[in-house]
Write a protein that binds this ligand. Sequence first.
Ligand code: NAP
Length: 259
Amino acid sequence: MELGIRGRQAIVCAASKGLGRGCAEALAAEGVDLVINARGAEALEATAEAIRGRHGVAVTAVAADITSEDGRGQVLAACREVDILVTNAGGPPPGLWSDWSRDDFIKAIDANMLTPIALMQAVLPGMIARGWGRVVNITSQSVKAPVAALGLSNTARAGLTGFVAGTSRQVASKGVIINNLLPGIHATARADALDEAVVAAQGIDLAAARAQRAAGIPAGRYGTPEEFGAACAFLCSQHAGFIVGQNWLLDGGAMNSTL
Ligand code: NAP
């Protein structure tokens, strides 16, 4: 299927690895020029070079912390006209409800709620003026089904979801489409870190921890960044103009519900 976005310009945040990179690769495969971001310059440059080589699109790499105002400014300044925005950042650490201080909550809310909101506030006026735009926020399965140990994530992402629910309906008539993608367990460095937490908590080896988590997924395996990126590219496509304010759960069937 031709997605109809060749020549568009996209910002993909937190994209040197994992799900962000999967989205960047899938957009590049459709001919979209990219600004990609992560904090670590070396891995980011290597990813940018790999994407340029594979897809022949322009890729600008901006090494910066997207959760800081300065970092967001650098990323936004690198893209002349933002047609597509994919928001993403690292997830908060796991823990117990009683562990977290006000500062911990502020940090998580800053990274996983206020950062994507600030980015949307920055790009929406231009998208509205040009009559076309796509925003995909990478959130988490924890929005629909809480992951008990990820209370900081559950909290911050619920706030972002509420903002998107209202805002997406305010801008849809202008050709600007905002949706969220909710990853379940995907094979990335983040999943490795959560597997290691299971190893530490249960005293089992890594393979056993992975098998245990995969057994809870009807698909019988972790998702891949490539599958995730393909869903993102579709939501950024010409065909997604009637999909507004949705929360697509990509979890291999892990959340047991009828609707
Ligand atoms: P990942 O493989 O660890 O990759 C994270 C990427 O984000 C890296 O490129 C990292 O590069 C960049 N990054 C992290 N913090 C950043 C910041 N402050 N500013 C700019 N870039 C930053 O993680 P992932 O699995 O792709 O996860 C992406 C998001 O999905 C996270 O919020 C995670 O919580 C959520 N999620 C993932 C899963 C899963 O199973 N993988 C499930 C549910 C939710 P640098 O470190 O160099 O900055």
